[in-house]
Design a protein around this ligand. Structure first.
Ligand SMILES: O=C(O)CCC(=O)C(=O)O
Ligand SMILES: [Fe+2]
Length: 395
């Protein structure tokens, strides 16, 4: 009884640096509940070009709404990692049946690496310094939202120097991101999309696009997504992380627990005997932990950093590198951003999933897309219209 109480108290304390993060989300929910207008450019609901809409309608006949990430009743609370895997297969098969794969093919070594480890450095996709510098200059001249993603902001965008004094993160909305040079064409890179499609077993949907600053940590405390967690947006997700500033281990690295992305992989690194030395107050259950328990932790796995360190210390990799470095990760695997100590970091993320839309999953209005007439570098193909439908209006 006493132990249980002490565990709860410990968890509450452990979570304290996450309260501002959860508080902001709660405030956004309250705003939405009271029908306050979003503070970012938005659309009431996405309308798609006719061909894409027809395909989505066919998918509706094959996939029940609770398994479709673009439906408000989508259930991301699968009962186990095995259930998630089973649903992933089912949904991918249906998407494949409707959309096909368009002969896209990824590189085999990278696919192996993704499957075995959960993340891979895409060396041949590295952006040149000239490209990253042009992108950086563009963003330095735009105001930022004092938020980690634009649709969770509680304020309108403001000058970066104001935001960096007070906030751990600052970000841009989709319209601003896509207005930057070079970014759009990267999103439909056939090798990257092919790799994602091979991993999923179907053509992906671009489900989330974000570009944000991680500012130098004020009190050296990890905030929000700088604590270990899983991203649980769909039955399968992959995220491209593209550094737009130079990063080092202490300045802008992303930490990933190798092999934590699926069950067969985690069993390769899970050591039962580490239960023997696990401090009692770190154990969330009253029994020895098993590998599959690491997929069932509450709050998307937030708040268990010391538990992960105990079991997986030797498998936490820090991913960093020169500006332009591109990494593809299965972000269901346990990961975090490391709070920068001396130098801020600008990171572009591009998430692909089976059917999910990130704003639908958090019940806020979708960010405004860019119109196809504003992007000259992307081919107007059926595949591109489907993949990019949440960020580009092809009507
Ligand atoms: O900042 C990072 O490297 C990770 C961000 C992240 O995990 C998230 O936003 O969910
Ligand atoms: Fe994350």
């Amino acid at each position: 009884m006493l132990l249980r109480l002490s565990k709860k108290i410990r968890y509450v304390i452990e979570m304290s640096s996450l309260y501002p993060y959860f508080m902001k989300r709660l405030m956004v929910k309250i705003r939405t509940f009271f029908k306050r207008r979003p503070l970012y450019p938005y659309e009431e609901s996405y309308q798609f070009d006719r061909e894409t809409q027809e395909k989505l309608d066919q998918m509706k006949d094959l996939i029940p709404p609770q398994n479709r990430g673009d439906s408000p009743v989508f259930q991301a609370n699968w009962s186990s990692v095995f259930e998630r895997q089973r649903l992933a297969h089912q949904v991918a098969e249906s998407v494949e049946q409707v959309i096909g794969r368009n002969h896209l093919k990824g590189e085999l070594n990278s696919l192996e690496m993704l499957r075995n480890i959960g993340c891979v450095l895409l060396q041949n996709k590295k952006l040149s310094h000239k490209t990253t510098d042009q992108i950086l200059t563009y963003f330095e001249n735009h105001k930022v939202y004092p938020s980690h993603v634009a649709h969770f902001t509680l304020h309108r965008p403001m000058p970066k120097k104001w935001v960096e004094e007070k906030e751990p993160f600052g970000c841009y909305d989709i319209k601003t991101i896509l207005g930057a040079p070079h970014i759009v064409s990267f999103l439909t890179d056939p090798e990257v999309v092919g790799l994602v499609a091979d991993y999923f077993g179907c053509l992906p949907t671009l489900s989330s696009l974000n570009l944000f600053w991680s500012f130098v940590a004020k009190k050296k405390i990890a905030q929000g997504s700088q604590r270990f967690h899983r991203d649980v947006n769909d039955y399968k997700t992959l995220t491209l992380l593209i550094n737009l500033t130079d990063t080092t281990a202490d300045d802008g690295a992303h930490a990933y627990i190798e092999k934590s992305h699926d069950y067969p992989a985690i069993t390769e690194i899970f050591q039962d005997n580490l239960n023997d030395t696990l401090p009692k107050d770190l154990n969330p259950l009253n029994r020895r932990l098993r590998a599959d328990d690491f997929f069932k932790l509450p709050l998307n796995g937030y708040g268990f950093d010391r538990l992960y360190e105990h079991f997986f210390r030797n498998h936490i990799v820090k991913i960093y590198g020169e500006k332009g470095t591109v990494v593809l990760t299965d972000n269901y695997g346990i990961h975090r951003g490391i709070p920068p100590q001396r130098k801020e970091r600008l990171l572009l993320w591009v998430s692909y999933s089976l059917t999910a839309v990130d704003t639908v999953s958090v019940s806020v209005k979708s960010q405004q897309r860019i119109h196809r007439s504003q992007i000259k570098t992307v081919d107007d193909t059926a595949a591109n219209r489907y993949i990019l439908r949440n960020i580009v209006d092809f009507q």
